[in-house]
Design a protein around this ligand. Structure first.
Ligand SMILES: Cc1ncc(COP(=O)(O)O)c(C=O)c1O
Length: 464
């Protein structure tokens, strides 16, 4: 698929069948339903960054013909925050004025004040996650609880830093929720093997599972972290991508503060966000942040020291983050266009989530929880025993076998569930909901046709 990696960076993508592949390739970004590359140059963040990159344009008498007045004002504002311009290093934690904008955004979102000194800007959320895991892991006996299925950043980074991944299974039957009876048992088993479990990761909304955790589940999670003395790493990069109204996104931080003391004063929480997702989809710009809650000041100082090794996060990415957390407001010249565009993108993604889930659930031996948020569907494929045997004979993991057959027959590219981890003997595939909306009927019908014939082949073979 094209330019944007919002699809690929998360593992890979769903692409359209051959007939529509060329069109889908043109428009595969999360914003693809409405935005082309030329549209992007008119959306607020690239305009502001363009002016910051080329500040001489601000002195051009024609600048007002090319850029709206609010983008010009915002570019001047960021240049005043970064007096050395975009070509100079910034504070290792990020430009203070932009960290203040992030803190204001968090306060508006959660209803509780946020301290810019505890917010670090990063080159995408990935770098922040890596900084935190690096700070937490001391040796191979330090364990991190990671959801399975999981986005592979966590397994890869834990392995790189020499820690131990302690997997906990999300409950597919409970809408990929957290089951603390099982998680408690997992922790006890890890401890009995000499692992010091130090932190727990959640991904909410989930990749690859697409669920939004309920407030109740997050409360249980925080109680659990409190009692087990675990730091919580809350990966909330998909917080803007919500496709239903029953379970809106609620940040772990808000639930923590709503719960009050002693938890709100003691549970150590690090929350991550990015410019890569939402309706922005600016994943190549590498803007992100993490916010630390209840971390001891000495730990914060150490994390600052480690961040300083890399001198500074990239400055244009920081400005993207500033515009994301502080987008055009009512009364700004760009506001109506921005509001219409972002609404239209999110509405299209909501329709695509529904079409994809319904499409999978109409297929034989396929069962899919609704994509409540994020950008993915993760259907379970009940493979007939003969298909599993055929996969073994072909030297392939069964879900890889199925995904390859699907690719060969239709051109639809998906990621086998085994790439994210899954329970023994259960098989999935992951798709994104990002192909162009108009391609969905063709994609889902092509998938159904393939799946019918695959099941027919291996089920009737089983009956022989
Ligand atoms: C759950 C999750 N966390 C983090 C990231 C990394 O995001 P970024 O582009 O901000 O590094 C991704 C990317 O797909 C993701 O799916």
């Amino acid at each position: 698929m094209s330019r944007r990696c919002s699809t690929r960076c998360a593992g890979s993508s769903t692409s359209a069948p051959p007939s529509s592949r060329r069109r889908a390739r043109r428009s595969s970004s999360p914003t693809s339903a409405t935005r082309t590359p030329s549209d992007r140059s008119r959306s607020p963040s690239p305009q502001v960054v363009a002016l910051c990159q080329a500040p001489f344009l601000l002195d051009d008498p024609n600048v007002g013909l090319l850029f709206p007045a609010d983008a010009i004002a915002r570019a001047k504002h960021y240049l005043s925050l970064a007096p050395g311009g975009l070509g100079a290093y910034s504070d290792s934690r990020g430009i203070p004025g932009i960290r203040k904008e992030v803190a204001d955004f968090i306060q508006r979102r959660d209803g509780y004040p946020s301290d810019p000194e505890l917010i670090y800007l990063t080159d995408g959320a990935s770098k922040g996650v890596m900084q935190m895991l690096n700070a937490i892991i001391r040796n191979e006996r330090d364990g991190i609880l990671v959801p399975v299925p999981q986005y592979p950043l966590y397994s890869a980074a834990i392995s790189l830093f020499g820690g131990s991944l302690v997997p906990y299974y999300l409950e597919e039957e409970a809408n990929w929720g957290l089951d603390f009876v099982n998680i408690r048992q997992t922790v006890a088993e890890a401890r009995s093997k000499g692992i010091t479990v130090r932190a727990m990761v959640i991904i909410n909304p989930g990749n690859p599972t697409g669920q939004c955790l309920s407030e109740e589940n997050i409360k249980e999670l925080l109680q659990f972290c409190y009692h087990e003395n675990l730091a919580l790493l809350a990966d909330e990069v998909y917080q803007q991508n919500i496709y239903q109204d029953e379970r809106p996104f609620i940040s772990a931080r808000k639930v923590l503060f709503d719960m009050g003391p002693p938890l709100s004063k003691e549970v150590q929480l690090v929350s991550f966000h990015t410019v890569s997702k939402g309706f922005w989809g600016e994943c190549g710009q590498r803007g992100g942040y993490f916010e630390m809650t209840n971390l001891p000041p000495k730990t914060v100082d150490e994390i600052y020291k480690v961040a300083s090794i890399a001198l500074s996060p990239n400055v244009p990415g920081q400005i993207f983050m500033g515009v994301m957390v502080n987008p055009p407001k009512p009364g700004d010249i760009s506001y109506l266009k921005f509001a219409a565009e972002s609404k239209s993108i999110l509405e299209s993604m909501r329709r695509r989530a529904r079409m994809m889930t319904d499409g999978f659930n109409s297929c034989r031996n396929v069962m899919c929880n609704f994509t409540e948020g994020a950008m993915y569907s993760f259907p379970q494929i009940r493979l007939p025993p003969r298909a599993i045997e055929a996969a073994k004979r072909a030297g392939k993991v069964p879900d890889v076998f199925y995904c390859l057959k699907l690719l060969e027959a239709t051109g639809i590219s998906t990621v086998p569930g085994s790439g994210f981890g899954q329970k023994e003997g259960v098989f999935h595939l992951r798709t994104t909901i990002l192909p162009a909306e108009e391609d969905f009927p063709a994609i889902m019908s092509s998938f159904k046709k393939f799946n019918d014939s695959f099941m027919e082949q291996y089920e009737s073979y089983s009956r022989m």
